[in-house]
Design a protein around this ligand. Structure first.
Ligand code: FAD
Length: 462
């Protein structure tokens, strides 16, 4: 076989190369460090963790990322093998000694007879002669390659920043306070006139909220983030609040064209709108609420919004440097670029978020590419598994707003909102109905049990 080329030796590229080589296919891994580095990397090791040393929860029954760990271990993941070997104590989380972790990944790939590692930047589109390429160059893809990818995908389909608004689990919104309605009952393509969830505010609530935004504890910009002009068109909500007490009421929180279904006689002074975020309808994003507020501050402040008092957040808001594609539009179900199927994408550049998720997408891309080379198609994992749910987010489950490019596609960690809901009533192991706080735990248990059963069936059949 001629080799498959993997560009980028980070979390996704290292895992993809391992999966390809273990399928019996030669692979060349191209990593630009140390010849050229990024603003965040410090070493020349493969799979360097650029920030935290945590792979987050390792609980495979109650946590979606813990379930993803378990699925990756079952599929012989190098990243999970190295993480387990480099573990440091961190309660229920899987945290690692970052040096030992990166060294283990590097050593395993260097020792594999089917892996060649080349240390050079791919400073443009990979050569035409490479018929199967995985681009896994991450959130800090080098500018020359990013520009070349943008030329293929089209202006506006590759983002250089994520301006992320918080995303809420739909079933945690209090619909006895909030109501569904599109502004002026407008029916858009595929819409019903009731596409948004609206949370009303009185004048007192609005003023207290704006004061809270202004006073709130914010994350400061890193020097290289602050120098990039990405503020146009996606101002953080707290920056809008700082511009004057009325700014938000004339912007994303305007009450016009909305009538409170619970109290039609009372005109809301301001309204927070949430828009459906995934095809399943389990997640809603807070429209216009991109923010640099610290996570704990976001939870505290956004739970003061009427209807969101008990909101559970699938992800919190943020603004970061991040190169990522408008994947639901551009990629096919096996992560190939529709416009140039010889190019596959993996890792954070596809719009997943996090070390584990990036490695998981690398795992799938590696298996897809190797299967193609061997003439044995690798069927995508079922959407009820953590791997399949993540793939679904990237390749199509997400609702893209036409014309908004990556702006309407928000990078996301794996979470239970990406899984199809479990069918039927919630049951405890003894068959009885769970009560109160038990319900959430039982739901997660049912989702993870179903995922394990479906992964086993899929592995048996693939
Ligand atoms: P990377 O791990 O970044 O790997 C990409 C690789 O490609 C790099 O080694 C790079 O040198 C190489 N490369 C780039 N361009 C080229 C080129 N043209 N030719 C050859 N090689 C190239 N996630 C978490 O879970 N926890 C965190 O704490 C966390 N902190 C983060 C902090 C920052 C500052 C950033 C930017 C991201 C952070 N992330 C974090 C998000 C993300 O999960 C990680 O960035 C993760 O490493 C992404 O994996 P990846 O394989 O897609 O990219």
């Amino acid at each position: 076989f001629s080799p498959i080329h993997v560009v980028g030796g980070g979390l996704a590229g290292s895992e993809a190369a391992w999966q390809i080589a273990n399928a019996g296919v030669p692979v060349t891994l191209h990593e630009m460090r140390p010849e050229r580095s990024t603003d965040a990397h410090q070493t020349d090791g493969l799979a360097e963790l650029v920030c935290s040393n945590s792979f987050r929860s390792d609980d495979a029954e109650q946590n979606a990322v813990g379930l993803l760990h378990q699925e990756m271990r079952r599929l012989n993941s190098l990243v999970m093998q190295a993480a387990d070997g480099a573990q440091v104590p961190a309660g229920g989380a899987l945290a690692v000694d970052r040096g030992a972790f990166s060294a283990a990944v590097t050593a395993a790939l260097e020792a594999h007879p089917l892996v060649t590692i080349e240390r050079a930047e791919i400073a443009g589109l990979p050569p035409e002669a490479w018929d199967s390429v995985i681009v896994a160059t991450g959130p800090l893809t080098s500018p020359a390659l990013a520009e070349a990818v943008r030329a293929v995908t089209g202006e506006g389909e590759l983002a250089f920043f994520d301006a992320i608004a918080p995303i809420v689990h739909a079933d945690s919104i209090d619909m006895s306070v909030a109501w569904r309605q599109s502004r002026y009952d407008k029916v858009g393509p595929g819409g019903t006139g009731a596409d948004y969830v609206n949370c009303p505010m009185t004048r007192e609530q609005y003023e207290a909220f704006v004061a809270g935004l202004v006073a709130g504890d914010k994350v400061s910009f890193k020097e290289w983030e602050a120098t990039t002009p990405y503020f146009d068109g996606c101002l953080p909500v707290e920056v809008m609040a700082e511009r004057g007490p009325e700014t938000l009421r004339h912007g994303p929180m305007k009450p016009m064209g909305l009538t409170n279904a619970h109290q039609p006689e009372i005109k809301a002074y301001a309204v927070v709108q949430l828009r459906q975020d995934n095809a399943l309808g389990t997640l809603y994003n807070m429209v216009g609420f991109q923010t640099k507020l610290r996570h704990a501050e976001q939870v505290r402040l956004f739970r003061t919004i009427p209807g969101l008092e008990n909101a559970e957040f699938a992800r919190l808001g943020g603004l970061h440097r991040n190169t990522y594609l408008h994947s639901p539009k551009l990629l096919d179900p096996t992560l190939r670029l529709k416009a140039q199927p010889r190019l596959r994408f993996a890792g954070q550049i596809t719009g997943c978020e996090g070390y584990v998720e990036s490695a998981a997408v690398g795992l799938m891309a590696g298996r897809f590419a190797a299967g193609e080379r061997l003439g044995r198609a690798f069927a995508p994992p079922p959407v009820t598994t953590a791997l399949g749910a993540l793939l679904g987010h990237i390749t199509g489950g997400h609702l893209s707003v036409e014309g908004e490019g990556p702006k309407s596609y928000q990078p996301m960690n794996v979470n239970f909102g990406l899984f199809p809901p479990v069918e039927g009533a919630l049951r405890l192991p003894d068959g009885s109905r769970p009560r109160g706080a038990q319900k959430a735990a039982v739901k997660k248990r049912m989702l993870t049990d179903r995922a394990r059963a479906d992964l086993a069936a899929w592995m048996g059949g693939s």
